[in-house]
Every structure is written in C-alpha cells, then in structure tokens.
Design a protein around this ligand. Structure first.
Ligand code: ATP
Length: 199
C-alpha cells in the first residue's frame, strides 16, 4: 500500500484537499485528530504521558486534563518535545495498523507537522499544499474567529512554505487563482500510476 503524506501551513487548505481525495475514494488518516483520540484511549500512550508528566494528568474520572497539559507544553519547547516523543510513536503505530486495513490504491496521512515530526519518513511520497500568507491568515481568522497575531504565533512554530516545498515530492497551489480541483484530479491520476514504493 502506497503511503502519501500531506501537509501545509495553517490555513493552506490541506484538509480541503484531503476531503477532495476522500471524494475520490482515497482513505485519509488525520494524524492530529487521531493523536487527540489516542491520548484519550491508547493505554500505552496514556501510561507514557503519566510517566512523563505525572498521574494527575488523568484525574480520577480517567479523562485527560487537556488544559493542564496544554499549559505545561504551550510555552516550553522542552516539555513539548517530551510530549511529542511519546505521542509521535503512538501515532506511527496507529497509522501502521490503520493503513494495513485499507483497501485502496494509496492512502493519505495528513499532518500539520509532517516534516517537523519526522512523519514524512514513514511515507513513500509527500505533498505540500501552499497558499499566500495573507490568504491563509484571512481564512483562519474567519474560520476560527482568532486574531492575526494569534495565527502568526502559531505559524512561527511551523516550517515556512519554502522549506516545505523543498522537501516535498508534489506541490498543490491553493491560491484561489489556480483551480484546486483540477490540480487534485491530476495528482490523483499521477499517484495511481506510482505503485512502486519510492523509499
Ligand atoms: P489548519 O492547519 O488550520 O487546520 P488547513 O490547512 O487544514 O488548516 P483548511 O481547513 O482546509 O486548511 O482551510 C482553511 C479554511 O479556508 C477553511 O475554512 C476552508 O474552507 C477555506 N478554504 C481552503 N481552500 C479554499 C479555497 N480554495 N477557496 C475558498 N476557501 C478555501
């Protein structure tokens, strides 16, 4: 099964692109959503989080105290690294199980920090969705009702588009000038022709 990673900066439109691939019958693994689910349900990961941050991250009701964990990792890169060092392997394991179950010519793994997390190494090919910065800020402001400053802060934690483009095998330009759907159809066709693993 060919595994294709897809990423893009905040507001670039990677989820929109994934939804188009889903309409074409391609299964998509949403790594960030899945990570949140695993933090609530995966016993190995729950134990790793307790070992790293203390049992009280999961108070008596057994539910993860997300607010508390977020406050620890939010402004502390070392703590964030510690969290990622247990979450990423759990997502890797889960993706392996999930992808083995899929019956499709290829699968997509969507991750906001595909390259930053090393997740790209688990994929045969990678796609980056790119958009002009102003457009990305506008989109996220209207989608999430947050300020431009807040969005820029989040962007600072990610690789910039030029760096991602250098690392990716395929680039989709979602600038609302070039039509997105024909680009997705062309890439879908191209990926169907790639049955050999590249890496
Ligand atoms: P994030 O990393 O913040 O989750 P994302 O890269 O997944 O963002 P999307 O959620 O797909 O981005 O898109 C951001 C917003 O912009 C959404 O509300 C989406 O509907 C809108 N959008 C994306 N692409 C287009 C487009 N080509 N035309 C109009 N709206 C678009």
């Amino acid at each position: 099964m060919l595994k294709v990673g897809i990423t893009g900066g905040i507001g670039s439109g990677k989820t929109t692109v994934c939804q188009l691939f889903e309409l074409l019958g391609i299964p998509v693994f949403y790594a960030d959503t899945r990570a949140k689910y695993l933090m609530a349900t995966d016993e190995v990961l729950i134990n790793d989080i307790k070992a790293a941050f203390g049992n009280d991250m999961y108070p008596e009701d057994g539910l993860l105290d997300r607010r508390r964990l977020a406050s620890i990792v939010f402004n502390d890169d070392l703590q964030l690294e510690k969290l990622n060092s247990v979450v990423h392997p759990a997502v890797f394991r889960d993706f392996a199980v999930w992808s083995a179950r899929q019956k499709a010519p290829f699968v997509l793994k969507e991750a906001a920090i595909l390259f930053e997390s090393g997740s790209d190494k688990d994929c045969d090919y990678t796609i980056v969705v790119t958009s002009p910065l102003v457009l990305r800020i506008d989109r996220v402001m209207s989608r999430d009702n947050v300020s431009a400053e807040e969005i820029k802060k989040r962007m600072d934690k990610q690789l910039n588009d030029d760096e991602k483009i250098k690392l990716a095998d395929f680039v989709l330009l979602n600038d609302e000038q070039q039509l997105l759907i024909p680009q997705v159809l062309a890439l879908h066709k191209q990926l169907l022709g790639l049955n050999d693993h590249k890496r």
